[in-house]
Design a protein around this ligand. Structure first.
Ligand SMILES: [Zn+2]
Length: 118
């Protein structure tokens, strides 16, 4: 259930950004799911529903897309796409270094309704 904590951070980020801009209601949220986060779009959506309740993000549509995993293999000295399950290089079998963001959820963009409405 760690997707709850990850989505909580996303919602907090949006609230912090949108509130000073006078946004009253967020309608759409786009996030990228890190390949090592093991969060599916379905899990992300239900976590979002839970953590957005009572915030300006409540009822917003969540667009969650899994990010392809890319890392650096020091043995091949090349960029590789390892299996998220074991993170080993498909070429040489060595350990691939993946970026920190691959284990989390990243906010891409969001849309909201401004104060001029209503
Ligand atoms: Zn390699």
């Amino acid at each position: 259930m760690h997707e709850l904590g990850l989505m909580e951070r996303i919602v907090a980020l949006i609230v912090r950004d949108a509130t000073p801009r006078g946004i009253r209601r967020v309608t759409d949220v786009s996030v990228a799911l890190g390949a090592v986060s093991h969060v599916t779009p379905e899990a992300a959506r239900s976590a979002f529903e839970i953590v957005s309740a009572g915030t300006i993000c409540q009822g917003a549509r969540l667009h969650a897309k899994p990010e392809p995993l890319e890392g650096w293999c020091p043995r091949c000295r090349a960029t590789r796409r390892p299996d998220p399950g074991d993170l080993s290089c498909p070429r040489c079998g060595g350990a691939v270094e993946v970026p920190e963001g691959a284990s989390g959820i990243r906010l891409l963009s969001y849309e909201g309704e401004g104060p001029e409405e209503g």
